[in-house]
Design a protein around this ligand. Structure first.
Ligand SMILES: C[S@@+](CC[C@H](N)C(=O)[O-])C[C@H]1O[C@@H](n2cnc3c(N)ncnc32)[C@H](O)[C@@H]1O
Length: 250
C-alpha cells in the first residue's frame, strides 16, 4: 500500500495560470472592427434595428426582479456592458418609473468594448464606463445600490463569476441588490443543435472558437450566494434556459 507523503505536497503554483483561461475567454470580445460590426456580432443575431427593443426587454426583466421599491438617485453598475444598449434601456425604464439613476457605470473586460460604448453613448451622467482586469473591480466598498448583468456572465469561466459575486457583495451598500442573468442547464439542449457539447468543451480546453458557454443549476447559484457570499433573499427563475438571479446584501 502506498504511504502518504509526510512532507507537504509541493505548493509551487503559477498565479498567472488560470488567468490565462480568463484571457482566452475574453479575447473574442476585444476585436478591432467597426462599431456596427460589433453590434451585429455580439447581440445573439438581433438586427441592428432591434437592439433598442432587445435592450428594453432585458431592462424590464431586471427592474421587475428588483425585490423592493426602486432606489431614487441610485448608483447602478452593469457587468459586461458591451456597447451600452442595456445601460441606456435601464435609464429609460427608470425615468419612466420616476426613479432616476445618479450613475449607471458600464464595466467591461474588453478595452475595445469600453471605447465603443463611450463612442456610442458618451460619458455624460448618468453614464460612465470602467475597464477592469476581470478580477478586481476598481471601485470603493459599499458604493453601489444595484449591480446587474445581462447576456454576459455565461461566457465567463466559473471561478471568475464566483469572484464577481464576492466583488458584488463588497461593492453593494447594505440593502443593495444583485440581479444577473446566467444560463441554466436547460439551455444546453438548445445549444446542442448548433454547437455540440464536445465542441464547446474542446473550445474551452484549447482556448479556441467564439465565446464559451457555462451553465448553472439553481441550487449551485443559491448556495454560493448564501453560504459563500452571505447574500440574503436569494431568488432564482429558470426561464426556458435563462437563469435569472436576484440577491440582496443584508
Ligand atoms: C454579448 S455582450 C453583452 C453586452 C450587453 N450586456 C448587452 O446585452 O447588450 C458580452 C459582454 O461581456 C463582456 N465580458 C466578457 N467577459 C467579461 C468579464 N469577465 N467581465 C466583464 N465583462 C465581460 C464582453 O466584453 C462583452 O462586452
Amino acid at each position: 500500500m502506498d504511504t502518504l507523503p509526510t512532507a507537504p505536497l509541493t505548493t509551487t503554483f503559477d498565479p498567472t495560470g488560470y488567468r490565462a483561461v480568463l484571457a482566452a475567454a475574453s479575447r473574442t470580445w476585444n476585436i478591432h472592427e467597426s462599431l456596427e460590426a460589433t453590434n451585429a456580432r455580439i447581440h445573439d443575431g438581433a438586427a441592428l434595428s432591434d437592439l433598442d427593443a432587445r435592450a428594453d426587454g432585458y431592462a424590464s426583466n431586471v427592474l421587475s426582479l428588483y425585490p423592493a421599491q426602486l432606489p431614487t438617485n441610485g448608483n447602478w453598475l452593469e457587468i459586461g456592458s458591451g456597447t451600452g444598449y442595456i445601460m441606456e434601456a435601464i435609464n429609460r425604464a427608470l425615468i419612466a418609473r420616476n426613479a432616476r439613476a445618479a450613475s449607471i457605470i458600464g464595466l467591461d473586460v474588453a478595452p475595445s468594448m469600453i471605447t465603443k460604448g463611450q463612442r456610442r453613448i458618451g460619458n455624460t451622467p448618468p453614464f460612465s464606463f470602467q475597464h477592469y482586469d476581470g478580477i478586481t473591480i476598481p471601485l470603493n466598498d459599499s458604493c453601489l445600490d444595484v449591480i446587474f448583468s445581462v447576456a454576459s456572465l455565461q461566457h465567463v469561466p466559473k471561478p471568475f463569476v464566483y469572484n464577481l459575486f464576492l466583488e458584488s457583495h463588497r461593492l453593494l451598500k447594505h440593502g443593495g441588490v444583485l440581479i444577473v442573468q446566467l444560463l441554466s442547464f436547460g439551455h444546453l439542449a438548445k445549444q446542442q443543435h448548433h454547437l455540440p457539447w464536445r465542441q464547446e468543451i474542446a473550445n474551452q480546453i484549447h482556448g479556441g472558437g467564439e465565446h464559451w458557454h457555462h451553465f448553472y443549476s439553481r441550487d449551485e447559484v443559491e448556495t454560493i450566494l448564501r453560504v459563500g457570499d452571505d447574500f440574503r433573499a436569494i431568488r432564482t427563475w429558470d426561464e426556458d434556459g435563462a437563469l435569472w438571479v436576484s440577491a440582496t446584501k443584508s
